[in-house]
Design a protein around this ligand. Sequence first.
Ligand code: PHE
Length: 453
Amino acid sequence: MSQRDLGQNGREQWATKIGFMLAAMGSAVGLGNIWRFSYVAGENGGAAFLLIYIAMILLIGIPIMLAEFSIGRRAQSDAVGSFETLAPKKPWVVAGFLGVASAFIILSFYGVIAGWTMKYFTGYLTGGLWSEPGEGYVDYFVNFITSPLQPLLWQFIFMALTVGIVFVGVKKGIEKANVILMPTLAILLIILAGYSLTLGGASEGLAFLFSPDWSVLAEPGIYLAALGQAFFSLSLGMGALITYGSYLSKKEQLPGATAGIATMDTLFAVIAGIMIFPAVFAFGGEPSDGVGLVFFTLPNIFESMPGGVIVGLAFFFLLAAAALSSAISLLEVAVAYFIRKFGWTRKKTALIIGGLIFLLGVPSSLGQGLLSDISIIGGRDILDSLDFIASNIFLPLGGLMIALFAGWGWKKAEVLEASNFGSSTLGAIWLFLLKFVAPVAILLVFLASIGIL
Ligand code: PHE
């Protein structure tokens, strides 16, 4: 790294404001918007879930996102170090440790699913996925994920790529990759959503996504599912955005950037929904088909369209790339912490931590086939259980602590200054959301869902 890449305090920095925005969006937009959003919304009734999800983004997600950026930029340190700097010897630092633990857990299974997207990309590249599935795409998918070695190989390749980019460092590695790929993915998603609407399942699909069946609001699980999805999709509650905020210069205005990132992330999910659900109905699937939903719905779309091989190829390439830019931010949380903690080089840290996380992900992959008898939480397999613990419990808990810290643990004038709000009305509303609304909402959701564990 050259001297020019470092800020005044010697910390790496983003080259441009747009580079920071794209990196943060790259972290937010990933498998969460396409793979996870569609199957979680599908399992939780669609439109009513979407409304609760959006309410949670507005009342909880956006305020906490801004808090994370403010904390990281002010402290100029990693997820743990930021709390140690801003509130020495106080218990807030627990949020940082919880974040590092979440990064390990989430990336361990994220690498497995991302590996699947890479397999599908190469399936289109070689034509195998196009011509083969006489047995149908569901069987193709199940055969692949239940085989022991192949998914591990793809998970390994994906993790190696992630380590490779974090290895090179924030600015050169993380920022560059996002500048082209993200906008391309957005355009392709919009085209595919438009095409999917011509498939004959449009009215059912749109009704599922936009016309609420209020009876599902009586299910306590829907609130926890929406909360977990909001945190997961926005990359919140574990210090990923504290870490990214720490590479940002003092000049940038945070509130506008935050609103932009959250809006983009939500749009990606909604457009992915418009792409998936009409196709689910058109090809005779069920929205509640679970984790495999996008993997067997999308190939049907591609097969039905002219030039589908190329589109399938481009789609899975871009999805894998979006997964990569999210995985980078997950790994960076742990790497930034261990670089400081042990004084290792960036390269050594990325290799060791990335390797450990790969190993931690192996049971999630094997849990699809070889170890499918093992279920941990409420009948969930290993991957789902880890996802449940990290996304629905650790992230909201971390977010709760971040909100309480920014709202109550930090001097009011300092928080307002760190966020660029100053003494404006919006700043007062933001603090109110952090102090009362977000914590109470998170606690209520936890209380409501105690029975469903
Ligand atoms: N937001 C990412 C996605 O939607 C996943 C992620 C979660 C990344 C938490 C960083 C931190 O795919």
